[in-house]
Structure formats: structure tokens, C-alpha cells
Design a protein around this ligand. Structure first.
Ligand code: SF4
Ligand code: SF4
Length: 169
């Protein structure tokens, strides 16, 4: 009688599986490999490329990160050439804001070239999602998102920026 050999059994089982496999399976496996191999090779090439580049770690705060153009950081209320806030308290930004974090209170303008100015203009920076909708909605180019992102605070209140703070940003 033949001695029981587990390796030989496994070999026989594998052969049986291949013999009884659906005819399309092996073609499908080959097609899948062919489809994925270029992506895997491209990923490995990118990994190798970055392994030999200089490190991107910065020694903060001595070395500061400079955000790319178009980065949406903290807001600034812009001034006109006479140093006046450009905002005319139209509420378009507050209406467009999906986070509902802009609070405006309007008052009559002291200048003849506009009807209203903001008596109060606040942004709750902890609610803001930095989407830029306020900047897009403003008809007067009075608000913009700057590249500033490093302002710290120790209380929630400090992150509610008022008009003066936003004009300084
Ligand atoms: S960036 Fe977006 S969420 Fe933030 S104040 Fe503007 S509209 Fe609102
Ligand atoms: S949309 Fe512009 S002008 Fe109107 S309230 Fe906002 S910042 Fe002021």
C-alpha cells in the first residue's frame, strides 16, 4: 500500500482545480494582470523617484511653508485706494456661505458712493470650510482668501474674526 503523502495530494488537487476551472477564468486572470501591471509599475517608479529626491520636511518655525498659488487660507477684507473697506454690506457672501459662518450688520454709509457699510462683519473661522464661495459671490471684490494659515488661538472666541481683524489680515 502507498504511504500517504500530503504534498502529492495537494499537487493532485491543484491539477484537478485547473482541469475543472471554467474555461474563461485563466484568460480573465491574464487580462486582469495585464490591466493592473502598468499601474503597479508606474506606482513603483514614482516611489523610487521620490526615494532619491531631497527630503521635503521643513524645520518649522525657522523654515516656513509657502503655500501654492490659489491656496485658500484666512480671509481679508480689502480696502480701496482711499483706505476705506470695499465692502458695501450687500450680504451676498453671507448668503452664499454654506457654513453660515459670516455675520454682517449693515449701517448707512458715511460716503455718497454707496448706501451701506458693515457696522459688524464677523467670520467664525472654526465653522469656515475655506471653500472660497464668499470670495466668488462678492460683487465688489471686497473679500479674499489669503495664504495665511498659521494663526493660532487658545480660545474659541479668538477664532471669531471681526471687521478690524479681517481688514488687517
Ligand atoms: S470660505 Fe466658504 S465657509 Fe468660509 S466664510 Fe467663505 S463661504 Fe463661508
Ligand atoms: S459680498 Fe462683498 S460687499 Fe457684499 S457683504 Fe460680502 S464682502 Fe461685503
Amino acid at each position: 500500500m502507498d504511504a500517504h503523502n500530503p504534498h502529492a495530494d495537494a499537487h493532485k488537487d491543484a491539477h484537478a482545480l485547473v482541469a475543472h476551472a471554467p474555461p474563461g477564468l485563466s484568460w480573465l486572470a491574464r487580462a486582469s494582470i495585464a490591466a493592473y501591471l502598468p499601474s503597479i509599475a508606474a506606482g513603483m517608479a514614482k516611489t523610487l523617484e521620490w526615494m532619491f529626491r531631497p527630503a521635503v520636511t521643513l524645520r518649522y518655525p525657522e523654515q516656513q511653508y509657502k503655500p501654492r498659488k490659489g491656496y485658500r487660507g484666512e480671509h481679508r477684507l480689502k480696502k480701496d485706494e482711499q483706505g476705506r473697506p470695499k465692502c458695501v454690506a450687500c450680504f451676498m457672501c453671507a448668503t452664499a456661505c454654506p457654513a453660515e459662518c459670516i455675520t454682517i450688520v449693515a449701517e448707512p454709509a458715511p460716503w455718497p458712493d454707496r448706501d451701506k457699510v458693515p457696522a459688524k462683519f464677523e467670520i467664525d473661522m472654526l465653522k469656515c470650510i475655506y471653500c472660497g464661495m464668499c470670495e466668488e459671490a462678492c460683487p465688489c471684490d471686497a473679500i479674499e482668501l489669503t495664504e495665511t494659515f498659521t494663526q493660532i488661538a487658545t480660545t474659541r472666541k479668538e477664532k471669531i474674526y471681526d471687521k478690524e481683524r479681517l481688514l488687517k489680515n
